[in-house]
Design a protein around this ligand. Structure first.
Ligand code: C2O
Length: 331
């Protein structure tokens, strides 16, 4: 059985996870956007000043909405908490809690989440072409915190980020606390991790995306290679907010981190020459019909299924093409 979207009227918040979502009596099924120009998600370290101003302005507007508005920045952040902290049960299996991590739900769920977040940001600034940046942590120039996030006066700032991980420090994929002894050997080590997670250990879609999570089945613990590394290290290395499910979405950098996670699926499918859909689950209706609820850019609560998000071009976006420096490493 596919995972059924939660019944938002049945929220059981906890002290730690006080993140019930706003409910609505009207829920409509997701429809693909009508075709227009594709939004191009840019690498965060390559954007112009104008882009940064635009994105910061959109996020500032989101932060200034009333707290009980579904587009409010904290409401947006709560989506993450709501889908993994056990505060909702599956509507079709009320004794199972919803958990979007550690299984084949991981990549498609976060794809949906970013899709709506991006459309709402665009709506707030009246720019339908607005596209989220991606934190290009898989390339040497992108391995540090992108500068757009480091201005303490910007809406893109978060004051819980690790002081000792500011630029020019770069990510350490194998450890969340240690600094870099030597930047160039750290880069090499990181690229080897990328090669392993994307190529040598990800020969099938199941390995890349993670294993099944079915309603009525066991609670999953079979994360795909993309979820296992460097994804959690990027979270924990960045700072306190980014380090837990409840608070990760409070830091705006979360959305560009996950934009790159999402991009990895595209890179795996296209550049690495894997099969055209990249999905061996393509006929598995438990996966295809798993459904989730999100507030959209028309202030409508929408039910969306994994089958709706298999093709980013149908969702209206692509990623800026940048070099893939790890594709010929060995590890
Ligand atoms: Cu929902 Cu990066 O985790």
């Amino acid at each position: 059985m596919p995972i059924g979207a939660p019944d938002l009227s049945k929220c059981q918040p906890s002290l730690a996870a006080n993140c019930c979502l706003i409910n609505s009596r009207s829920i409509v099924d997701f429809k693909l956007p009508s075709t227009g120009a594709l939004r191009v998600r840019p690498a965060a370290h390559l954007v112009t000043k104008e882009y940064i101003l635009k994105y910061a302005n959109a996020t500032r507007l989101m932060r200034s909405l009333p707290l009980n508005h579904p587009w409010n920045f904290m409401q947006q952040a709560n989506v993450h908490c709501a889908y993994c902290e056990g505060i909702y049960n599956l509507s079709n299996f009320p004794n199972m809690t919803l958990e979007v991590h550690s299984s084949w739900l991981f990549i498609p769920f976060h794809r949906m989440y970013l899709y709506f977040h991006e459309k709402i940001l665009g709506k707030l600034i009246g720019d339908e072409s607005f596209a989220l940046p991606f934190w290009n942590w898989d390339s040497p120039e992108g391995m540090g915190i992108p500068t757009m996030y480091t201005d303490p006066n910007s809406s893109l700032f978060d004051n819980t980020r690790a002081q000792n991980h500011q630029p020019p420090n770069i990510l350490n994929y194998g450890s969340t606390n240690e600094g870099n002894n030597n930047i160039s050997s750290q880069i090499e080590a990181n690229l080897e991790v990328m090669y392993r997670q994307m190529v040598s250990s990800a020969k099938t879609a199941e390995l890349l995306l993670g294993g099944p999570y079915r309603a009525g089945g066991d609670e999953p613990w079979s994360p795909g290679t993309v979820e296992m590394a460097p994804h959690p290290y990027v979270h924990m290395w960045t700072g306190i907010d980014m380090s837990s499910f409840v608070t990760a979405g409070w830091d705006p950098i979360f959305y560009s981190h996950h934009s790159n996670v999402d991009r990895m699926w595209e890179v795996w499918k296209t550049l690495l020459g894997n099969n055209s859909t990249g999905v061996n689950y393509i006929n598995d209706t438990d996966w295809l019909d798993s459904s989730f609820l999100f507030w959209d850019e028309n202030l409508q609560l929408v039910r969306i299924k994994i089958r709706d998000v298999l093709d980013t071009t149908k969702l209206g976006y692509v990623y800026q093409q940048v070099p893939i420096p790890w594709s010929n490493k060995t590890a």
